[in-house]
Design a protein. Structure first.
Ligand SMILES: [Zn+2]
Length: 111
């Protein structure tokens, strides 16, 4: 089961963001955002293969760093966990399985 993502939602129009802005860029409300949990599911928007990285992640290379678009349109960065289990293709469904040292870890959903 996917973990939840912490997000923020405008009290006036419902727009969501990953970082709480000072005001809503959609409806211009400065009534501030409220913290919400959203389903940690989405699809691969883009990705790259990392071969050279900082020392603490050397045992993980090569690893995939991806931009994930959540079901409600939020985009965030995370690593794709191994094994990749099927070819990694833009548009494949993923779910958040862990957050390690502030890094989102996603796994591809295999049908
Ligand atoms: Zn708003």
């Amino acid at each position: 089961m996917a973990k939840k993502l912490k997000a923020y939602q405008c009290r006036e129009c419902g727009r969501q963001a990953l970082i709480s802005p000072g005001y809503c860029p959609n409806c211009r409300s400065n009534n501030s955002y409220t913290s919400v949990d959203v389903e940690g599911k989405g699809k691969i928007f883009s990705y790259t293969t990392v071969h050279i990285c900082e020392e603490r992640l050397q045992s993980e290379v090569p690893y995939l760093l991806a931009v994930i678009e959540s079901e409600n349109g939020l985009r965030l960065i995370g690593r794709l966990s191994k094994p990749w289990r099927k070819p990694v293709i833009i548009g494949n469904q993923v779910e958040l399985i862990d957050v390690k040292d502030g890094t989102n870890i996603f796994m591809q959903i295999v049908d």
